[in-house]
Write a protein that binds this ligand. Structure first.
Ligand code: ADP
Ligand code: MG
Length: 292
């Protein structure tokens, strides 16, 4: 493209809230064949809130230990648990020790108790029996919620359901992409049932859903799509998404997301409205047409 058409195209993009880091990305965007969307904070608002807490055994008051275990976590799910506790005036204390288990949850020592909060896998790996919670977990997950288990001293005690609202614009944005022949995929660290429930709401086919993807494997999913010959745009907001954003042919960061994601990406979608993905592709095609 000529410098002039690139300048004009970049300007149009900026007016709509699509910031290209350089002319080559405005040119490259027209070739995109597949869009891989992160779920939390990209498709959804990324403001999870606790909808239900079930006491599976023992004293309800011990939820205080669970909230305290999350105190030092920076995960949005932890923030939701802390907000829930704070609203109910449940005491949150400093854990004596804290460990984030990447992609799975947390382990903390609180007031002399061993507290685990997180996924089935976390509990299974620590030999904690979760059979009493399974049915209720599945019910929450089929509603598109994240079901988080909490165990104290080796016994599963609470089940926490956490919901995150899909952005109002996401469904139409995905439909628009599919309408212009782009394949839409979704990727998340969240469990498979939850991911599929959300995907179903958005008409993303099951075989386009990558769930339970560990942070260090996200970039690998981009490569998988590239290896079957596709030009891939990755869209994400989190620190976890940065390697995938850098690996993609075009990385698009959500403007309201983390600085790390924005730095790793080639394009910033300022308001986080996914409609701007198809707008960016259209703008790129138009810019390239102008010079032929
Ligand atoms: P994502 O960013 O898609 O949520 P993560 O890899 O950060 O993916 O987390 C994957 C899963 O691990 C979450 O869906 C949740 O079940 C569990 N998890 C991670 N961190 C925490 C935490 N602090 N408290 C409870 N569960 C957690
Ligand atoms: Mg995210």
């Amino acid at each position: 493209a000529t410098p002039t058409s690139i300048m004009v195209g970049s300007g149009r993009g900026a007016e709509q809230g699509i910031l290209f880091k350089g002319g080559e990305y405005l040119e490259g965007t027209q070739a995109i064949e597949a869009v891989l969307l992160d779920k939390t904070g990209t498709i959804t608002e990324g403001k999870p809130r606790v909808t239900d807490v079930l006491t599976l055994s023992g004293k309800e008051e011990d939820f205080s230990l669970v909230a305290s275990a999350e105190k030092r976590s920076e995960h949005p799910l932890a923030e939701a648990v802390i907000a829930y506790a704070t609203e109910r005036e449940i005491t949150v204390i400093d854990p004596a020790s804290f460990e984030a288990v990447s992609g799975h949850g947390v382990f903390a020592k609180v007031d002399g108790y061993d507290v685990y909060v997180g996924t089935r896998k976390l509990m299974n790996e620590r030999g904690i029996n979760i059979s009493d919670a399974e049915d209720q977990m599945k019910n929450f997950e089929q509603e598109g919620k994240t079901a988080v288990l909490a165990a104290i001293d080796g016994e599963v005690r609470f089940l926490i359901a956490i919901a995150d609202t899909v952005k109002q614009t996401s469904k139409q944005a995905i439909k628009d992409l599919q309408g212009i022949g782009i394949e839409v995929y979704m990727m998340t660290g969240d469990n498979t049932l939850t991911a599929k429930a959300v995907a179903k709401e958005l008409d993303i086919p099951n075989n386009h859903v990558f769930a339970e993807v560990l942070p260090e494997h996200k970039a690998g999913k981009v490569k998988e799509l590239q290896n079957i010959g596709k030009k891939v745009a990755m869209v994400g907001d989190g620190i976890n998404d940065a390697p995938a954003l850098a690996t993609a042919d075009i990385g698009m960061a959500i403007g309201t997301g983390t600085d790390v994601a924005i730095e790793a990406a080639d394009v910033t979608l300022v308001g986080g409205d996914l409609s701007n993905i198809s707008h960016a592709i259209r703008l790129s095609k138009k810019t390239m047409r102008n010079i032929r």
